[in-house]
Ligand binder design. Structure first.
Ligand code: C5P
Length: 223
């Protein structure tokens, strides 16, 4: 079955404090979206890659991505969910989708290949997961703590998130649905989501501190 990677890169990146959309911010000379796409190619597990970018960045995205018949750029949407919908529409032939944030630019190709392998092994939804180091609490609007879920049962979820194509399409068909990741939408359908061990290098580059860390990694800092 055909594996299509959808790369949402249409965010504005305000948290990073740069004028450029986050996915186009260079890390060690290469824009994050390019690093993410190179990682997907290097995994050897992906047949086609759809990159969703802001409308005014289509041309520059085409210019900076590796020239390949299997890499396509489309216009994303106002919210991440809209960007993924645009990617789904551009790749109706998929048997499996991998949804992979451009901001996880340093994701090891081996992790991408593992997600794809779990899909081929029959899991309908697969996400990389790491134990959390912090204690996580819920709080109300006033900042008062309302609960402390048992940390041992919590995981930080990364991308790529892999799905049987029909399942992800169904999840996105529903109107007005909201979730902070793609697996969240699939969970709303009652489907089982399978976790595999994530990788610290698949961290999302969100803050200036993350960007500093990414530079250090690319410079070959001893961690
Ligand atoms: O903002 P956040 O870090 O959660 O964004 C995750 C990914 O979703 C980023 O790669 C970002 O470019 C992408 N995104 C998108 N379209 C949007 C908002 C975010 O493709 N409208």
């Amino acid at each position: 079955g055909t594996v299509v990677a959808l790369v949402p890169a249409a965010g504005r990146g305000v948290r990073l404090g740069e004028a450029t959309p986050k996915a186009f911010v260079p890390v060690g000379g290469s824009p994050m979206v390019r690093l993410a796409v190179e990682g997907l190619i290097a995994s050897g597990a992906v047949d086609r890659i759809i990159v969703m970018v802001p409308a005014e960045f289509v041309e520059s995205a085409v210019a900076l991505l590796p020239p390949s018949d299997s890499v396509h750029v489309v216009v994303g949407g106002a919210e991440r969910i809209d960007s993924v919908r645009a990617g789904l529409a551009a790749a109706p032939e998929a048997a499996y989708y991998l949804v992979h944030d451009a901001a996880r630019a340093l994701t090891p190709p081996a992790l991408i290949a593992r997600v794809a392998a779990e899909l081929r092994a029959g899991h309908l939804a697969v996400v990389p997961a790491l134990p959390v180091a912090d204690t996580i609490k819920s709080v109300d609007a006033a900042g008062a703590v309302t609960g402390t879920p048992d940390r041992a049962q919590l995981r930080a979820i990364q991308t790529p998130q892999g799905f049987a194509a029909g399942l992800l399409r169904s999840a996105y068909l529903a109107d007005g649905v909201q979730a902070t990741d793609d697996a969240g939408l699939v969970e709303l359908l009652g489907a089982q989501v399978h976790t595999i061990p994530g990788d610290p290098m698949a961290f999302k580059i969100t803050t200036p501190l993350d960007l500093l860390l990414a530079h250090a990694v690319l410079d070959g800092a001893d961690l």
